[in-house]
Design a protein around this ligand. Structure first.
Ligand code: FAD
Length: 483
């Protein structure tokens, strides 16, 4: 059939994975076509994920911080929130970043095509063009022929099938729309996304309930870190329901009536004016007609790849949320660079680029709650479960000059070292700005640092980051007077 556009590399989806792959491929001199159904680039992360959530969490953190200042002798009146202005701030943040991406795409001569892309065969994608807010199909179609393709179709929120359609029941995208300030909110799923959004709404005045199937909130993080967060946040919650399933719900004029069932069989019920489902995300692998290109997709919609991000079809790559956990933007970006380099290597016949592979040892996780919880590498729980012997260095922030000066000394920094090699294998931080500091621990792991390397690295005083050096010294034994 007729071909409208020719590409060296076609990138399907313009989230952190897709735009990073497109930009890298263009920088390497390739002709790139980037297909995205939304009007803006940036995908989930910039439009309805990482960035808008942090814009709101920043405001919440400042509001909470200010409310603490009473203890320090500085009183403010109760805040008044203009929700339209706050939403406007969030929109402006998104606009700045997505606008910047559009400019960068233009500068690199990346051709963007707006619409739903799906494979016709292993060398062609058809794009059904879209317009407007609702991504309505215009009826126009474009066919793109490509030499190599990178699938970066991302993921979407899981919808519990038994929840009724009701504007009071939302996923993270709906919660980020910030339509109002509910009084009583239920968070279904006690993971990072649910607890971040809960933090925002609770600071804006909502009382929270959370229901979680597992035996603790923020699964994946060590319990000692989560315990500190939970103690500081207890005041936000009326009810933390663990080992409990949501089994039904009905929309009534008084609110959403939700039924719960404990794993022990106990039944209970609650009424809410706002319900956030945050029970995970499902990959978009099944929505792109991958089978027509011969690309294998798992039952759950993931696309399996090798260390070079190649699918089972060697000239088609996949990256980001669609290839698996952890579904994080920084993972997508790094995978994107690998895919773009390997694709470029094949097209340009460049042996060096062709060797590129994803070999990150660790990928950090951060809950941008207040306090923040961040961890990377092996956790203590994992070490225990896997029978790996680790030596722990823990530095409590109650001994940190800066944390005390900030009036926020509830946190701690923990490093884990392999008992045999003495190399650092993991670390966790709970406290303000934990997310900004976890990168240093990731670097230490990537570089194979041991406790002496970290402990002897001079950190500036007084900073929270100093706690990483101190934790290493604790592990090394030169700080035995500390717990
Ligand atoms: P996506 O960002 O999902 O992008 C995929 C893009 O492909 C979308 O724009 C979609 O429209 C497009 N697309 C899909 N199919 C087609 C098609 N057939 N045709 C055309 N276009 C298509 N991660 C972090 O690292 N840090 C955070 O703080 C963080 N916070 C988050 C908060 C929330 C509320 C949510 C929901 C997620 C958060 N994440 C965070 C996760 C992060 O957003 C994702 O890991 C990241 O966006 C994945 O990037 P991606 O490129 O794989 O896919």
């Amino acid at each position: 059939g007729p071909v409208d556009l020719e590409a060296d590399v076609l990138v399907l989806g313009a989230g952190p994975g897709g735009y990073s792959a497109a930009f890298r491929a263009a920088d390497l001199g390739l002709k790139v076509v980037l297909v995205e159904r939304y009007a803006t680039l940036g995908g989930v992360c910039l439009n309805v994920g990482c960035i808008p959530s942090k814009a709101l969490l920043h405001v919440a953190a400042v509001m909470d911080e200010v409310s603490h200042l009473g203890d320090l002798g500085v009183e403010f009146g109760a805040p008044t929130v203009n929700i339209d202005k706050l939403r406007g701030h969030k929109e402006k943040v998104i606009g700045k970043l997505t606008g910047g991406l559009a400019q960068m795409a233009k500068m690199r001569k990346v051709t963007t095509v707006r619409g739903y892309g799906s494979f016709i065969d292993a060398f062609h994608v058809e794009v059904e063009e879209t317009a407007g807010e609702a991504q309505a199909k215009t009826g126009a179609k474009k066919v793109v022929r490509f030499k190599q393709a990178i699938i970066a179709a991302g993921s979407q929120a899981v919808r519990l099938p038994f929840l009724p359609q009701d504007p009071r029941i939302v996923d993270s995208t709906g919660a980020l729309e910030l339509k109002g300030t509910p009084k009583k909110m239920l968070i279904i799923g006690g993971g990072i996304i649910g607890l971040e959004m809960g933090t925002v709404y609770s600071t804006l005045g909502a009382r929270l309930d959370v229901v979680e199937m597992m035996d603790g909130l923020m699964q994946g993080a060590d319990r000692d870190l989560v315990k500190v967060w939970q103690k500081m946040n207890a005041k936000r919650f009326d009810n933390i329901m663990l080992k409990t399933k949501t089994v039904g719900a009905e929309a009534t004029p008084e609110g959403i009536k939700v039924q719960f069932e404990g794993l022990d069989g106990t039944k209970s019920e609650g009424v809410y004016d706002f319900v956030l489902q945050a029970v995970g995300r499902t990959p978009n692998g099944k929505k792109i007609a991958a089978e027509k290109a011969g690309v294998a997709v798992t039952d759950r919609g993931f696309i399996n790849v090798d260390v070079q991000m190649r699918t089972n079809v060697p000239h088609i790559f996949a990256i980001g949320d669609v290839v698996g956990q952890p579904m994080l933007a920084h993972k997508a970006v790094h995978e994107a660079h690998v895919a773009a380099e390997v694709a470029a290597g094949a097209i340009l016949g460049d042996a060096h680029l062709s060797k590129s592979q994803f070999d990150a040892r660790v990928i950090p996780s951060v809950a941008y709650t207040d306090p923040e919880v961040a961890w990377v590498g092996l956790t203590e729980d994992q070490a225990k479960a896997q029978g790996i012997k680790v030596k722990k260095g823990l530095f409590p922030w109650s001994a940190s000059g800066r944390a005390i000066a900030n009036g926020r000394d509830e946190g701690f920094t923990k490093l884990l070292f392999d008992e045999e090699t003495h190399r650092i294998v993991g670390g966790g931080i709970v406290g303000t700005h934990a997310g900004d500091m976890i990168g240093e621990i990731a670097l230490a792991i990537e570089m194979g640092a041991d406790a002496v390397d970290i402990g002897k690295t001079i950190h500036p005083h007084p900073t929270l980051g100093e706690s990483i050096g101190m934790a290493a010294e604790v592990a090394h034994g030169s700080c035995t007077d500390l717990p």
